[in-house]
Design a protein around this ligand. Structure first.
Ligand code: HEM
Length: 117
């Protein structure tokens, strides 16, 4: 089970890199008409975070250590907000503020993961 947890955590880090990497790459480009169509990488990165995060919770629940439910609950809400913005943005490109909120929320989740002990 420890190997499964490590593998999921590995994929969780890849998803984090893809989401934030794709965001940073897109911030560096000039948007069309001042509006941003979030790239596929951001969507795939966020979905990877959702799936691997939930699977990690499942694996941790089967172990002996207590799971920090409020912490994973906050991370879940944040990633769902990211996904809502991404789906909205792929239907109709987002204003700068909404697009920036996606990157900010992703960073919030890194902060929650690291500082909420
Ligand atoms: C943008 C979304 C997310 C980001 C950037 C993110 C980031 C991270 C990072 C950096 C870690 C490693 C630090 C640590 O182990 O404490 C981590 C671990 C973890 N994340 Fe996420 N996460 C996201 C979404 C989620 C979601 C939606 C869930 C579950 C609902 C989740 C559940 C977990 C769990 C359970 C761990 C701990 C793994 C362990 O201790 O073995 N994450 N996350």
């Amino acid at each position: 089970m420890e190997f499964v947890r490590q593998l999921l955590l590995f994929l969780h880090f890849i998803g984090l890199a893809v989401l934030i990497g794709a965001f940073v790459a897109q911030v560096a480009t000039r948007p069309e008409n001042g509006r941003y169509l979030p790239g596929t990488g951001m969507l795939h990165g966020a979905l990877t975070q959702l799936v691997t995060g939930l699977a990690l919770v499942g694996v941790l629940e089967s172990g002996d250590d207590p799971v920090n439910h409020p912490k994973v609950g906050v991370k879940l809400l944040v990633v769902l907000a990211v996904l809502v913005l991404l789906v909205m943005g792929r239907r109709k490109p987002l204003a700068k503020g909404a697009f920036m909120a996606i990157g900010l929320l992703a960073l919030v989740n890194v902060g929650v993961a690291v500082f909420w002990t």
